[in-house]
Design a binder for this molecule. Sequence first.
Ligand SMILES: *Cc1c(COP(=O)(O)O)cnc(C)c1O
Length: 502
Amino acid sequence: MLYNSTENKNEVVSASQAIAQGISKDGGLFVPQELPEYDLETIKSLLPLGYKGIAKKVFSDFLCDFTAEEIEDCVEKAYTSEKFGSENPAPIAYKNYNGNDISVLELWHGPTCAFKDMALQILPHLLTKSLKKTNDGKDAVILVATSGDTGKAALEGFKDVEHTKIIVFYPVDGVSPMQKHQMNTQEGSNVKVCAIEGNFDDAQTGVKKIFTTPGISAQLENNNMMFSSANSINWGRLLPQIVYYIAAYCEMVNDGKISLGDKINVVVPTGNFGNILASYYAFCMGLPVNKFICASNSNNVLTDFINTGVYDKNRQFYTTISPSMDILVSSNLERLLYKLSGDSDTTVKEWMTALKSEGKYEVTPEVKDAVKTSFYGGCCDDNATKATIKKMFDEQGYLCDTHTAVAVAVYDKYVSETGDKTPVLIASTASPYKFSKAVLEAVNNGKNLPDSEFDMVDLLNDITKADIPNPLLSLKNKKSRFSDVIKVNEMPDYVLKALGVK
Ligand SMILES: *Cc1c(COP(=O)(O)O)cnc(C)c1O
């Protein structure tokens, strides 16, 4: 299987090249030229395999220039029970909300307590193997723009991985205190963390610019380094996410919640459109899905896009209690548009150029219809998010984080609007303890909150009795290593200096 750029079909690369490079030179994203087909017989054969078995099968169908041994090695190293707390890294909690049964796919049992671990624990292994295949001994420099969770998950995945260096940029006021503490205390000899004065989109645009500035790449080249990306624009981030939707479907069948062949609805709290796109790819491969419910917070650019066919980022940016979704430019939407426009690189390029220059584009009526056929877009604000956390906790004794609550709230809206009772899988993307303040405000019945982050963690634990994940507990008395704050236009210089080439 080969991959090409969404903005230039003639740019064709192998799987390892796509992963090593991260983003295409023309600024487009790498996509597989065709998808493997999983009919019901195939899915049936996956039922007894367990998570790792399913992962090996899916990876081997996509990573055609990897050997079976290499894939085995990557999967076994990534999804250990030491790192994920059990043999199944992505367990399902069967709950009920407002009278409807929901299957909550808990994707946050990894080392940084957010779903990003599912991909970022395996990406360094995929990447180092890809680098060996594709470049002659260059070190990979991973640049990350993060709205909070990617940064920590990438740092944890890449720390002390040979022949890699990682630099993470985060918006100075755009991440939770716990997220900031997680990143600033990061260990490892090859890591660097820096705040920027701006929001996530500024950070992401800054990183993209560094990637595509020829002068900078040349300077790295001269020093035997090359850029790569751990953001969800890297195909190596998306592929591991396809796995858990297929594995979750198998788990629901194995648990007797659905029969093989039954359709499910999938609800995903969405920011950069990576997670939900992975579920859509699983559907294109053959997974029986009826509807994809794309849940946004007050930054509802995707809700409007799904409803109108107009993507318009010229709007107020809100800092919300679900910060990992505070995004106005959802990069991975480009991959969906490529698929829905019948692999039209020229059309996608046109839209992406309009997005850059005018901050806006409108898709064709055909693409708009195709989006609406598969997707439902909904959003909810911070108050509704908190109310959902409280209702879920009061009804079920189940505590969910702010992002997951957005998904549950939008699902609730979807059911009341449509009456569609198809069995539903809801992606739960973070531990509630990563966002203790907001979650406490939801369940604390208006009482005063302590000042320190870890006192809030303790109070939340007192009230709810939900287990505190060990990776967060162990941060309590850890010293900060990083405190740099820079302007967006200082990012290129900062990177070159950090790498010792300036
Ligand atoms: C990253 C993140 C999201 C958004 O995922 P996308 O793939 O960017 O759409 C949602 N919730 C949490 C907790 C996250 O960390």
